[in-house]
Design a protein around this ligand. Structure first.
Ligand code: IPE
Ligand code: IPE
Ligand code: MG
Length: 255
């Protein structure tokens, strides 16, 4: 009974018309795509079926973000901690970008989307790395939405790598400690060139960061939904943007 009421409530919630203003669209939306496994389990199917359907949600989210005029969309696809999952699941997840790009790259090019990747790509299996590199190369001159995949990405690893690189530069005498600024660090992270996310979305009801963009989300607005990632569609993105537009961003000051 309780479950039925909850479902009714969430369906009712989805039916509310969502109004957003075209003037205050978040430039950079970052999404922690979570809940693929639970989505599948609920249907009595193996976890990988959830990942397969998650891929369709990636397409929906990309088109929706493009339609709304979002400039940068970062999708957390695989974390540095996800290697601890069973090998079969990891292998499946590593084949997904290959499949996704084989199906979607031409349309992404048509839509003027620029594909990027952030994370430790050297450690990816060669077929995954090659597919990503090809997509990046073929979309390099596109000027539309920037679709940035966080693949083998970890916020702490990124900061660790940055600190090591800065330490080496100091040791080599080409950088002084006084020259280290927030801007310099920004430029040395794998998100270099992207503005900080304005809006961070996480699906599946979890309310944690799971090592995602720890430096960059200092002043991002957060939006959570109970929907599992394979269910995510344009309505969810619009709900998130509508909520974002109701927020007052103060950055520690007074408005
Ligand atoms: C998100 O779904 C995809 C990845 C983390 C790669 P999950 O696989 O984490 O699904 P749940 O959270 O176990 O349901
Ligand atoms: C975060 O989801 C990583 C990605 C979405 C790629 P997880 O499912 O790995 O996070 P935890 O384990 O629930 O924190
Ligand atoms: Mg998860």
């Amino acid at each position: 009974m309780i479950k039925r009421i909850q479902e009714w409530l969430s369906r009712k919630d989805r039916q509310e018309p969502v109004e957003i203003s075209p003037d205050n669209i978040p430039r950079h939306v970052a999404i922690i795509m979570d809940g693929n496994g639970r989505w599948a389990k609920r249907r009595g199917m193996p976890r990988v079926v959830g990942h397969q359907n998650g891929m369709k949600a990636v397409k929906r989210a990309t088109i929706a973000a493009n339609d709304l005029g979002v400039e940068f969309l970062t999708l957390y696809a695989f974390s540095t901690e996800n290697w601890t999952r069973p090998k079969d699941e990891v292998d499946f997840l590593m084949r997904l970008p290959v499949e996704f790009l084989a199906i979607e790259l031409d349309e992404l090019i048509e839509k003027n989307v620029q594909v990027r990747v952030m994370g430790n790509t050297e450690a990816l299996p060669s077929h995954t790395r090659k597919a990503m590199e090809e997509a990046v190369a073929r979309t390099l001159s596109n000027t539309g939405l920037i679709l940035n995949f966080a693949l083998n990405y970890g916020g702490r690893k990124e900061i660790e790598d940055c600190m090591r690189a800065l330490g080496k530069d100091i040791q080599a005498g080409i950088l002084s400690p006084e020259e280290i600024t927030s801007e310099l660090i920004d430029n040395r992270l794998s998100s270099s060139g992207l503005p900080d996310p304005d809006l961070l979305i996480r699906t599946s009801g979890e309310m944690r960061l799971s090592n995602f963009m720890l430096w960059q989300i200092a002043y991002s607005e957060f939006w959570f939904t109970d929907a599992y990632w394979p269910e995510f569609d344009k309505t969810h993105l619009m709900q998130a943007v509508a909520e974002y537009q109701r927020r007052t961003r103060r950055y520690g000051g007074l408005k």
